[in-house]
Each structure stands twice: as C-alpha cells, then as structure tokens.
Design a protein around this ligand. Sequence first.
Ligand SMILES: [Zn+2]
Length: 402
Amino acid sequence: MAFRAGLRTAFRTTFRTKRPRPFSSIPCKQARRYRPFENGPQYSKLTADVAETAPQQKWSRIAPVYKAQYVWRNYRGVVISIGAGGVVFYVYNLEEVPVTHRRRFNIFSPEAEKEVAGSSNEYKQQLEEYRGKILPPNHQKTKIVTRVVNRLLPTTGGLAGDDWEIHVIDAPEIQNAFVMPGGKVFVFTGILAICQNEDGVATVLGHEIAHNVAHHVAERISGQIWAYAFAFGVSIFFDFTGGLSNQIAQLLLSLPNSRTQEEEADHIGLLMMAEACYDPRQAVAFWERMAKAEKVTQLEFLSTHPSTYNRIDHIKQWLPQALDRYNEKGCSITGQYAKDFTGALGRQIQEAPEEFAAEFNSVSSALTKSLRPFSTILAVTTARVMNLLPGPADAASGRKPG
Ligand SMILES: [Zn+2]
C-alpha cells in the first residue's frame, strides 16, 4: 500500500508538471543543481524542512518519493538514456517462437542457452543427485523412453543433432520428467505409471522437448535481466542495502514456467507427437489421468508445470490440427491396425504391468506399420513362449496407483 502510494505521489510530482506541485512552497530550484554525495549518501537540500532538521540525512532514511524526485531532477538525462537504451535493447532482441509465431524477448542463442542451462557441470550435478537410482540402458522402461525420444526427435526441427542422453530414474513417488537444454532427458518412473502407454510417454516427452524447441529456458533467463533491473531500480528508492532487490529477484526467478510457455509446450508437443505417429487424442486421456492423480496426491510435475489454465480444453482445440498432421503422415491406417491388434489381446495387456503394456503396444504398432500382421502374431507367440508375459502375481505387484 505504502509502496503504491509512494509511487503515485512520485509520479504526480515528477511527471505531471502541469498539476500544482505539493512542494510548490519549497525552494526547489536549488535542488535542481547537481549535488554529489560526500561521505556517503546524503540528501540535504531538497526541502527547507529536511535541510533544517537533518542536514546530513542518510539516503536510506529518505522517503522513496523524495529519492525519486532527487534522481529525476539531477539525473534526468541518465534516466532517459537508460530507458531509451532499454527499449532499443528489448526491440532488437525480439524474435519469433517456432510453430506458434509468438513474439518474445530472448538474448540467448541456442548455443548460449545450452552453455548456461545445459552445461556439463549442471548435467553432472543431476547425475550425481540421482546416482544409484538410474535404471540401466537395457531396462524395459529406459528402452521405451529411448524409443519415444528417437521417434520425436525428427519432429523437433534441428534438435536431433544434440547429444541426447536418456535417464529413467527409479522413483515411483516422483511424477515428473524434464529435459535439459542440449538433450539430457530425465524421466521418473512415477510419471510412467500415469503415462500407461507409449502415447502417454510421448505426451509427456513431447511437452518437455517442446520446451527445448521453443527455447523457453533462454526466454526465462532473458526475462531475469528485467527482473534484476527492476529489483535494482526498486532497491535504489526503497532499500540501499540491496537486501530487498535480492528478495524481489529471487521471487521472480523462483516462479514456475509461465502459463504462456506451458500452453506453447502443450501445443508444440501435441503436433510433435502427431507427426511422430503417436495418437494425439491420447494426450487428452493422459491429462485426464493426470487430473485424477492430482486429486489423490500432490504432483511434483505440476509444481513446475502449473495447471492454472484448462489444459484439456486447449488440447481439444488443437486436436483437429494435430489429427490433420497425424493423417497426413499416414499414421491413422497403421494406428487402426495397432488398435485391432491390441484389442484382440486386450486381456493380456490389462493384466500386464504398464511397462510391458507400453512395450507391447509399441512392438505391435511398429510391426503393423510395416503391414505384416503375420510377423506380429509370430512376435507375440515368441514372447509368450519365452515367458515374457507375466503371471497374475507379477501383474498385480507391477501395478502402481495412478
Ligand atoms: Zn512444461
């Protein structure tokens, strides 16, 4: 309140010169002269009152409105130059986001983004944090995630050349996934339980990789420049020690992904999964499962990926566009084969744990894509012979609360 009132007064007194100034009785002209601080911040001649009562008054003890007035009167040129420079800097660094064509401020090139947020040090730290919990590359779950990433990569428009590494972390209690700039994928087994099938995994990873496609990290770091500039500006008038500026900057930096970025990642991710021949309608099913799971437990994914807007409604709006892409790629035909196939063996899949179901779906869709139903029957028979289908006891223990 006091902050707003202070700003309002500062604005009136400094910018609206046509209005009668509340300080009209004060000999302001003297204050217009440049007065450097001596022996630390001083503010002695702005008003007669101040001059009489506290000639050596410290900067920190002066009301923000007087500070603003002082700065404007003595450093008007500097203030205007910084403001104009800021505007030029901002406009010069505007760019368009791929796919959605949103204009945004970004000062980082993709290489710089990788350097800052996806450095090898950062990567090592993450590996260290999950050491001992990372599933081996030949683990069923790692294979599924790897396959989904490999299918999504050609749709990213240039990220396939990055050094991609896939890590599945055995942590059923964590429903989260993230992808570092530069292509380091971390998926927690908790979210795989909600994914249920490969389309679900593609929904999550499509969304996460879409954050990279749109270079959202670079955008967020770029935004932090304004956060620090704003915090610094506020600290000049409200707290000279800088404590306040740190607090404001921390607050701005700790904010989760913005709603705009989330929407964008959903949109781009949906088109990516459709292009990779994953059924985009499954994204709606996934988010519905996510919403259900959210009612039961606090989901970590949603702490960094806010659900403050209605994801499902938005995804339904983009679905026709995604389905067009899906059909253009000829995915609907192969998809139908996959459905018939999984339908016929629905009982076994229902009894199987999620990881097997996903593996199974994927095998079936890959094989039916080549339009060789005979091979799929052979594959299933072989799988059953090799006892890969779990017994009822394994199936029960393999289920996770979703
Ligand atoms: Zn997100």
